[in-house]
Design a protein around this ligand. Structure first.
Ligand SMILES: [Zn+2]
Length: 122
């Protein structure tokens, strides 16, 4: 029975030695781990940015001194709003489900209309 040939996760070269080794040396392990964490940091940064942008779009829609406003899906999309990103949900007693981006939220209304609210219910 020939032993299974394992290859380094970083450079792909065959690994000699212990069965549980994943890298040929410390340098390959460090390079690989740094790239992994750079990728996940990048992902987190992008999502945080999208969430903040969503929040700022909602905030900008509400007129100064008001607590809420109505807007359309089109207007949100044109501003760069990304519906897939929100921080939490809130359901009121009537069963209406609000999506929040930090302290600003929205509720889908009839048609393509949305109610945008300044969040008190967090
Ligand atoms: Zn290697």
């Amino acid at each position: 029975m020939s032993p299974e040939i394992k290859t380094c996760l970083n450079c792909g070269k065959p690994i000699v030695g212990r069965v549980d080794k994943k890298f040929c040396d410390d340098q390959c392990r460090n390079t690989f781990n740094n790239q992994q964490s750079a990728a996940s940091n990048n992902l987190i940064r992008n999502i945080n940015h999208a969430l903040k942008k969503n929040r700022n779009i909602l905030e900008a829609l509400i007129p100064e001194g008001d607590e809420l406003t109505k807007t359309t899906r089109d207007r949100l999309l044109r501003a760069g709003f990304q519906f897939k990103y929100f921080t939490h949900l809130y359901q009121n007693k009537k069963g209406n489900l609000y999506h929040y981006c930090y302290d600003f939220g929205y509720l889908a209304l009839e048609g393509d209309w949305f109610l945008v609210v300044k969040g008190k219910e967090i």
